[in-house]
Write a protein that binds this ligand. Structure first.
Ligand SMILES: CC(=O)N[C@@H](Cc1ccc2ccccc2c1)C(=O)O
Ligand SMILES: [Mg+2]
Length: 366
């Protein structure tokens, strides 16, 4: 499939409410979208990098630059879906940029072939359970109101962002208000150190599903030490950037759960490799989120329908983040999102809505 050219598009999406984590507060999502144009079909890919390198080292402008200078020029003229990763291998890192390019090429290929992402990846379900990530709030009452609202919407799992000074009290309050049965987990985004182990062990009384990335974003050894000293299962997010990382984490005992984010690991093919590896080792996986628009959300929902994704993911409805998504919105139905069945990712941006949020476009002919 010959690529005619690739469009880099920057869009700015206001968030319905500020989203606060241990690394900062976001009020708007600056997204880099890729559109791969071929004679047979167009494919879309969403780069999940934030506008600033706060979650990981990548950021949207940097991703656009590495795509423009190195990744797009490295593509063969007629790249098959499995050829992209190989062609980009000489470039070190930049996994979110690589993921966006691989996904857009894959989407074009699948649309031309009339095959859905879900079918291509090996999904076994037609809908996936939706969890929700709840930010750090100004007060416990405000947090409880937000959690009540999400439960009213039907979310089947609550994840609370935590950091030193906002951890035991909010978790205890949620447990006391919503009961011991509520599927509940926490995400520290690397806010703690091993010295906090005794403090983190105090979360054990709350019966959490997991504690996500409590320690440094590039660590496995200290997470293994922590995992041996607390009973709450440790889940890694930022630390796992490839199947090799997942294998190392499992062999070190650094985690018993993995949050799989296709953008973080370089694409959906690597994400499936991590799923397969974890499944072989009895390690639970779930699909994480990076506040994707409907473009990235569609592909994530297809991935989350693979058999090893046995915990609800951060595959929330569009309205969790955006009042108006650039695609037809993903809406919760009985706490689940329906897996798109159309060719490719199965959704397209609505041109008028896309234009409204577009900040810049750049056409790169091949
Ligand atoms: C849903 C969730 O908690 N996602 C990330 C953190 C995160 C938080 C805020 C973000 C803002 C802009 C772009 C990406 C972002 C990712 C996580 O699991 O660690
Ligand atoms: Mg996380």
């Amino acid at each position: 499939m010959k690529i005619t050219g690739i469009e880099l598009r920057r869009i700015a999406m206001p968030l319905v409410a500020p989203f606060r984590t241990s690394f900062g507060t976001e009020t708007r999502r600056d997204v880099l979208l890729l559109r791969v144009v071929t004679p047979d079909a167009e494919g879309w890919g969403e780069c999940v990098a934030m506008s600033q390198p706060l979650y990981s080292s990548e950021y949207a402008e940097g991703a656009a630059d590495v795509l423009r200078r190195f990744l797009i020029p490295a593509l063969p003229a007629r790249p098959g879906p499995y050829a992209v990763n190989e062609a980009l291998r000489p470039v070190k890192g930049h996994r979110m940029a690589k993921a966006a390019l691989e996904t857009a090429v894959l989407d074009a290929h699948l649309r031309a072939a009339g095959q859905s992402f879900a079918d291509f990846l090996g999904a076994t379900r037609s809908r996936v359970a939706a969890g929700v990530s709840v930010g750090i709030m100004n007060s416990v009452p405000e947090l409880l109101d937000a959690v009540a609202g999400y439960l009213d919407e039907g979310y089947v799992r609550i994840k609370l962002k935590i950091q030193p000074g906002w951890d035991l009290e909010p978790v205890r309050a949620v447990r006391e208000r919503f009961g011991p049965e509520l599927p509940l987990q926490v995400d520290a985004n690397a806010a703690y150190t091993l010295a906090d182990a005794p403090h983190l062990a105090r979360l054990d009384e709350f019966g959490l599903l997991l504690i996500e990335q409590p320690l440094a974003d590039d660590d496995m050894v200290q997470h293994a030490r922590l995992a041996a000293s607390i009973s709450t299962p440790v889940c890694l997010d930022e630390s796992i950037e490839s199947a090799d990382h997942a294998a190392a984490a499992i062999s070190l005992g650094a985690c018993s759960v993995v949050n799989i984010k296709p953008g973080r690991v370089g694409g959906y093919l690597e994400a499936r490799r991590i799923h397969d590896l974890c499944r072989a080792h009895g390690v639970t996986v779930w699909c994480g989120g990076m506040l994707e628009t409907g473009i990235g959300r569609a592909a994530n929902v297809a991935l989350a329908a693979l058999p090893g994704f046995t915990l609800p993911g951060d595959t929330s409805g569009s309205r969790r983040y955006y009042s108006t998504d650039i695609t037809p919105p993903f809406e919760l139905e009985d706490g689940h999102l329906t897996v798109p069945t159309g060719p490719g990712i199965g959704v397209e941006p609505i041109p008028s809505l896309l234009d409204e949020v577009t900040v810049a476009t750049e056409w790169i002919p091949l």
